[in-house]
Design a protein around this ligand. Structure first.
Ligand code: NOJ
Length: 579
């Protein structure tokens, strides 16, 4: 089926709401490849700061370490990846019980990572290289060590009494206190914990040490927007919103309806009342007016759910929303083609999708899709999809060298829900240990792959001495070399950035599609099979022929005629331009 195609998209350019706030307009980012539409045309790279580069020798990555390695991300030449933005997983002070997603001060830097001066230097050094900086905002909850929670629990009539979601047990009970409703925590166990200090239950969608804020309290909203303005003033270019569709709960906190099926208790409820409440749309508008006051900023919401349809309902101009539909696909051409068709239908002309294969919560796609094989054939074919499908690509650090999940012995597990499950595999625990996808980045030779002279906070990949940035940099056939070629190709071809999409082939093994720009058409063919396949270079009436631009296998082969049947080697992917 050929999907309806549409020409190179032109989403409206940003229209800052001047009345909204008084945030200073930031200076343009020198050397950036794109202007204010970078959120749509550019490539974003997720840095997990703990695991990226350690400059202090304590075994934990930090901001100066990241600064030292910015040239890997973009030094202005095709010897670097050439990404347009980095998203940093949380760098705020935190007891670390959810490895940084339990924030105890949203306006400061955890000393583990450095200082505010280091942060300012990061912004300056990143901007100097044309790299924008996106911070992770964790606003659904705080750490229980946050002073706001301390005040809220200790004084029922104090100024922060109503900043969290506190409830008495239902009246008239005898014996054990019943909880206010049936909600469960995503990490396991009930979503309500009794606080003996305040003598009430409080709500936590995640760990008991991550109490949910009360977003129905305007003071909470103002406090958070103040923090947002503060980071914008410091020069950040955007935010990733952690579990944003969970901020608002139903005002009556009704019990959720039950579902029969589901692996975890959380999945055995319909989340009708603890997320996706209508008030979120108004808040997003308010939030966007603050962010847009400076121009050239973007936000990306992490949908606390996986469905593309729900993600599409929240996506807006300059506000992307992750849907994890592609992450859920198995390595088959027809699965990826069908998921892409569905996303195209949902996002359509006016909403802009993201393209994501890995992140800090999921099994790395090099492991997930490669089925245990150690070569990078699947990694490379997947890179072609990631960087040529319609949408803003988000890379996860290490995927550019085909980093795999690293098995962690039970005694070394850090991830809280996995520790609770006490398990290391999906088969025996309802929770997969996310540490496996957070291994320190192997940079080169030397102690701990050049990550740190000290024992790293998580173990290194066992193949770090051969699978690392230095080794792959000098190997033209490496995954890293291909990622570089693809990202720089994207930069040169507007059709790959904002062009329309039309599927031309979708068998079990081969997925083919066009990217349609105003002045050029590109054709992408990906063979998912371990056997040879073929694709017909078709679907574009005006193409006289097709010239190959980038491919996963060498040699890439000569130009081909229009309508020609092209053989693809096992797992081969090729990007052609119409001539
Ligand atoms: C989503 C984040 O991606 C995840 O790492 C975290 O544990 C939860 N939100 C809670 O903040």
């Amino acid at each position: 089926m050929a999907l309806e195609s549409f020409p190179e998209s032109t989403l409206p350019s940003p229209t800052p709401d001047a009345a909204a706030t008084s945030v200073r307009r930031p200076p343009p980012v020198a050397g950036a490849a794109f202007g204010e539409d970078w959120w749509q045309r550019g490539v974003v790279y997720q840095v997990y700061p703990r695991s990226f580069a350690d400059s202090t020798g304590d075994g934990v990555g930090d901001l100066p370490g990241l600064i030292e390695h910015l040239d890997h991300l973009n030094d202005g030449t095709s010897r670097s990846l050439g990404v347009d933005a980095i998203w940093l997983s949380p760098i705020y002070p935190s007891p670390g019980l959810d490895v940084g997603y339990d924030v105890s001060d949203h306006a400061a830097i955890d000393p583990l990572f450095g200082t505010l001066d280091d942060f300012d230097r990061l912004i300056a050094e990143a901007h100097r290289r044309g790299i924008r900086v996106i911070l992770d905002l964790v606003m659904n909850h705080t750490s229980s060590a946050h002073p706001w929670f301390g005040e809220s629990r200790s004084n029922r009539s104090g100024p922060r009494a109503d900043w969290y979601i506190w409830r008495d047990p239902p009246p008239g009970f005898r014996g054990r206190r019943p909880r206010p409703n049936n909600w469960v925590s995503f990490f396991g166990g009930p979503a309500w914990t009794w606080d003996p200090v305040r003598g009430q239950f409080y709500l936590h969608t995640f760990l008991p040490e991550q109490p949910d804020l009360n977003w129905r309290n305007p003071e909470v909203r103002e406090a958070m927007l103040g923090i947002v303005r503060g980071w914008l003033e410091r020069g950040v270019d955007g935010f990733r919103l952690d579990v944003f569709n969970a901020f608002f709960k139903h005002p009556e906190l009704r019990s959720n309806p039950r579902r029969v099926l589901g692996r975890r208790a959380y999945d055995r409820q319909r989340h009708s009342y603890d997320k996706d409440q209508p008030e979120m749309h108004d808040f997003l508008t308010e939030f966007r007016s603050v962010v847009d006051a400076g121009g050239g900023r973007m936000t990306v919401g992490e949908l606390f759910a996986t469905e593309a349809r729900r993600a599409g309902s929240y996506a807006a101009d300059r506000h992307l929303v992750f849907d994890f539909h592609l992450i859920e696909q198995s390595w088959r051409a027809d699965s990826f083609a069908a998921a892409t068709a569905e996303r195209e239908a949902i996002f359509g002309r006016d909403r802009w999708p993201t393209v994501v294969l890995s992140n800090h919560d999921q099994s790395r796609h090099a492991s997930r899709l490669s089925g245990g094989r150690r070569d990078d054939a699947v990694v490379k074919a997947a890179a072609v999809l990631l960087l040529t499908l319609r949408g803003t690509p988000f890379l996860y650090y290490g995927e550019e060298i085909g980093l795999r999940d690293v098995p962690i012995p039970r005694a070394e597990i850090v991830d809280p829900p996995a520790r609770r499950g006490g398990a290391i595999s999906r088969r025996i625990s309802p929770w997969w240990n996310r540490d496996q996808a957070r291994a320190p980045m192997p940079w080169g030779e030397g102690a701990n792959g050049g990550f740190s002279p000290h024992r790293p906070w998580l173990r290194m990949a066992p193949d770090a001495s051969i699978r690392n940035v230095a080794a792959q940099s000098v190997d033209p056939a490496s995954a890293l070399s291909l990622y570089r070629r693809l990202i720089w190709l994207r930069r040169e071809h507007p059709a790959l950035q904002t062009g329309g999409y039309r599927q031309i082939a979708a068998s079990k093994d081969v997925f083919g599609y066009l990217r349609l720009g105003r002045e050029e058409t590109l054709l992408v063919a990906v063979n998912f099979a371990d056997a040879a396949g073929w694709v017909r270079l078709d679907g574009h009436p005006r193409a006289g022929g097709w010239s190959p631009l980038v491919g996963t296998h060498a040699p890439i082969g000569p130009g081909r005629g229009a309508g020609e049947r092209v053989a693809l080697r096992p797992n081969e992917a090729i990007v052609f331009a119409a001539t």
